[in-house]
Design a protein around this ligand. Structure first.
Ligand SMILES: *Cc1c(COP(=O)(O)O)cnc(C)c1O
Length: 397
């Protein structure tokens, strides 16, 4: 998925325009900036590409999740339902607000199991946060239904699935709010950066203020602006936004190459007896940044992963034990190890994660291997890789 494979003249040109004026900040300095407003431009272009009314650029994907939650009014003691398989940003963004992450099982989509979500709802639940891991999405129709029934927010983390769609809508635009990351290993990168999209004017206005110390951004004297609410600094810089602008132009080309490479790998892996694929919910189209497949058992999956490594096949992940994208790797969260005192609400309401039964998640994660789909591979290189993968996996079966 990495956009860094495609860093070139377009990014340099955008960044140089900023360097020529030296105005690295997205607000103010109107007469000095020679009409360059990279963050604003990036926001307008991204909102259009994602078919959303509003986009707020911020400093990271984690910041995007935090700003989105805050903008929608999530605060101390509110419960946010999230999956056991995700990036740590999910619970970080919730807990920094004093809100409480409620971890629930995933299913064969490798994302939130709608039934597990339903079972986890309490009177304090405020938001459901599906995470579209490794290029494919949660069952958004089922989750929308649940959220509508219980008057909950639906916040999509589309950081790993930018460009995928559900029922024809870009991932991230289906829920009430959607979040993206442009960190260095994402499908498109700004070095660091993130985006919140929404169709709600009020959330957009809140996000705009919250990510910049509560500034209301009215008038042209920053020092005289009013501050309707408390905020923080999650701003993106003009340099990062400039890189992002150039990368956004490349997104659709990247998606086409990912799909071609994915299809070649999929065809080869489909021929293996014992390999099955992650379920894509009806109405969904992946962004093809990963290919995710199941082996018949945990033992075979471990053997297959070892065999792939030995065969020199890089960028294959066994998340269950070898990585920190699954709850098994979050010892710090399970034991609430924090530098300072945690909010009382979190201490009082948090599940005991060392004792919660996540055997349904274990069932899928223990059998899952994911291969990154790179865009720099030539067709011949992908075919070679597909052959090697097939051989290595068959050896392990
Ligand atoms: C990358 C990522 C984020 C946040 O990313 P940053 O590194 O903070 O930009 C959030 N969620 C998921 C699923 C991610 O993969």
């Amino acid at each position: 998925m990495p956009g860094f494979e495609f860093f070139g003249a377009e990014e340099r040109k955008q960044v140089n325009e900023v360097l020529e004026t030296g105005i690295l900040m997205r607000y103010g300095f109107d007469t000095l900036r020679n009409n360059h407003w990279k963050a604003k431009e990036f926001e307008a272009a991204f909102a259009e590409r994602m078919q959303s009314r509003h986009c707020q650029m911020v400093s990271s994907g984690t910041a995007a999740l935090t700003v989105a939650l805050a903008a929608a009014g999530v605060g101390a003691g509110d419960e946010v339902i999230m999956p056991t398989f995700t990036f740590v940003a999910s619970f970080e963004s919730i807990m920094i607000l004093g809100a409480v992450p409620v971890l629930v099982d995933i299913d064969d989509t490798l994302t939130l199991d709608p039934e597990a979500v339903r079972a986890a709802i309490t009177s304090r639940t405020k938001c459901v946060m599906p995470v579209h891991m490794c290029g494919s999405m949660a069952d958004l129709a089922a989750l929308r239904n649940i959220c509508d029934q219980h008057d909950l927010l639906l916040l999509e983390d589309a950081c790993q699935a930018i460009g995928g769609t559900f029922e024809g809508k870009p991932l991230g635009s289906y829920g009430d709010l959607g979040c993206f990351s442009f960190d260095f290993v994402k499908t498109i990168t700004a070095g660091e950066g993130g985006a919140v999209i929404t169709n709600f004017d009020a959330y957009a206005a809140n996000a705009d203020q919250y990510q910049d110390h509560g500034h209301d951004h009215s008038g042209n004297d920053r020092g005289a602006e009013r501050h309707p609410h408390l905020g923080y600094n999650f701003r993106i810089s003009e340099l990062h936004a400039a890189v992002g602008l150039a990368q956004l132009e490349k997104l659709d080309g990247i998606l086409r190459t990912q799909k071609r490479n994915y299809s070649i790998l999929r065809e080869a892996l489909s021929e293996i007896d014992g390999v099955t694929f992650r379920r894509v919910p009806e109405g969904g189209v992946e962004n093809y940044s990963f290919i995710n497949f199941f082996l018949p058992s945990e033992e075979v999956a471990q053997r297959a992963h070892k065999s792939l490594t030995e065969a020199g096949v890089d960028a294959c992940f066994y998340w269950y034990t070898n990585n920190w994208h699954y709850i098994n790797g979050w010892e710090h969260l399970r034991n609430l190890k924090s530098l300072g005192n945690l909010p009382a609400e979190i201490k009082a309401q948090m599940q005991n994660l060392n004792q919660t039964d996540f055997s349904k998640s274990d069932h899928w994660m223990g059998r899952t291997i994911s291969s990154l789909v790179k865009i720099g591979w030539s067709e011949a290189e992908v075919r070679d890789r597909a052959g090697k993968m097939k051989q290595a996996i068959e050896k392990a079966l």
